[in-house]
Design a protein around this ligand. Structure first.
Ligand SMILES: [Mn+2]
Length: 415
């Protein structure tokens, strides 16, 4: 007997992103619910028998009644859909799962994995959940679900949420998911597959092994560069050990996070940036963060502003990543000549130019800028950056602004 099902996780329905302004946020919210419909339709099409959602079904407990109602309605289908409470939507005091709207509003095909009692989904097939019972558990949230399971010929899918030890950046975290108990249970046939959630990017990428993360169905941060995936999992308990599980991924997401990192030092670089932005598709579902560095003339800087402004209106969002943006704007020789000043004023102009050059010289001394570290793209880093006070302009920035203004006033730049 072969068992086929769909593994997904981290829908985090109701999620908001601070960089989505105006109509983009409601569209993001609605699309992420729509993608749930898409993946359930895919499960039917692929003749899956059930769907497991490995935690973080909802982003938080304060969805509007409409958002909650639409999300619940999207889960209605002809297949059993098993939901696991994760760290974003744990059980316990004030849990959203205990609110009347959810408790009474779950469609009949939806099963909430409130405990680790095996749920019989088919003859000889069980799903065992390892729900987050509190907001702050103090131990491995997955291994306890194995207690009391015996190898008795039943095909079992364990559904859990948390970071496996090799993926957890915090080695001392009490909630790290230990691999050893899972491997032991797989080896002696107590379980056959571990459907994990918490990591929003599919893992392992080669799709090998019986312990897997599906990743989120729709991208949630600039750390996740591809489209959202779901996993179609097939278990053949009669197959030889090591080849009982096969996993195939399917793209279901439609939104993308893109970081564009570029050196801009002249018209060719501006053209290349314009082409790169233009090639993004579909723009209305793409969120871009730019990390631009380099030195531009006042005229080129005006072109850059114009480019970002006109493209900005086409994207779901297009924002400069302040910490990684460092453009020195200096008048070219021609632009300097346009500002015809005499005596004392001319001397001040030269001084301004001298000060404006400062970071460019430092850069030449330090060599290439530091690359963006993966940690900087985490949700936490993003939140910290949002809370940080903007730094007051440095002296060179003030000097550059003054020069830009002078060039514009002199009529050298008519943009
Ligand atoms: Mn999550």
């Amino acid at each position: 007997m072969t068992v086929r099902f769909l593994h997904t996780s981290d829908w985090q329905l109701g999620m908001t992103r601070h960089y989505l302004a105006g109509e983009a946020q409601p569209r993001f919210t609605a699309d992420r619910v729509d993608t749930v419909r898409t993946l359930l339709a895919l499960a039917l099409e692929r003749e899956c028998s059930f769907v497991v959602v490995a935690g973080d079904v909802f982003d938080h407990a304060n969805l509007s009644p409409q958002d909650m109602g639409r999300a619940l309605e999207a889960m209605r289908c002809e297949l059993p859909v098993l939901l696991l409470p994760g760290n974003h939507d744990p059980l316990g005091t004030g849990s959203l799962w205990d609110s009347p709207a959810v408790r009474d509003g779950l469609p009949d095909n939806v099963v909430l994995l409130r405990d680790s009692d095996p749920v019989q989904v088919l003859d000889g097939v069980q799903v065992v959940g390892a729900p987050w019972r509190t907001r702050k558990p103090d131990a491995d949230p997955v291994a306890p679900a194995l207690e009391g399971l015996e190898a008795e010929g039943t095909v079992r899918v364990l559904v859990g949420h948390g970071m496996l030890e090799e993926l957890d950046p915090d080695a001392s975290s009490p909630v790290t998911v230990r691999r050893a108990p899972l491997e032991a249970a797989l080896a002696d046939g107590r379980i056959h597959y571990v459907a994990l959630g918490d990591r929003h990017i599919r893992w392992p990428q080669d799709g090998r092994g019986a312990i897997q993360y599906s990743g989120a169905h729709e991208t949630t941060s600039f750390r996740e560069t591809g489209l959202g995936l779901v996993l179609e999992v097939q278990i053949d308990p009669q197959a030889p050990a090591g080849s009982q599980v096969t996993v195939q991924d399917h793209q279901v997401g439609r939104w993308r996070h893109v970081v564009i990192e570029r050196e801009l030092d002249g018209p060719e670089d501006l053209e290349a940036l314009a082409a790169e932005l233009d090639a993004q598709t579909p723009k209305e579902r793409t969120m871009v963060k730019t990390a631009l560095r380099g030195a531009l003339t006042v005229g080129q800087a005006a072109q850059l502003d114009e480019l970002l402004e006109s493209q900005g209106a086409r994207f779901a969002s297009l924002e400069a990543w302040d910490r990684h943006t460092d453009i020195v704007i200096l008048p070219s020789q021609e632009e300097m000549q346009e500002i015809s000043l005499g005596g004392f004023a001319q001397q001040t102009l030269e001084e301004l130019r001298e000060r404006a050059w400062q970071p460019e010289r430092e850069r030449a001394e330090d060599g290439s800028p530091e690359p963006i570290a993966a940690e900087e793209l985490s949700e936490q880093a993003e939140q910290e950056e949002m809370l940080r006070e903007p730094a007051p302009p440095a002296e060179h920035e003030t000097a550059q602004d003054a020069l830009r203004l002078l060039v514009r006033l002199s009529g050298g730049q008519r943009a």
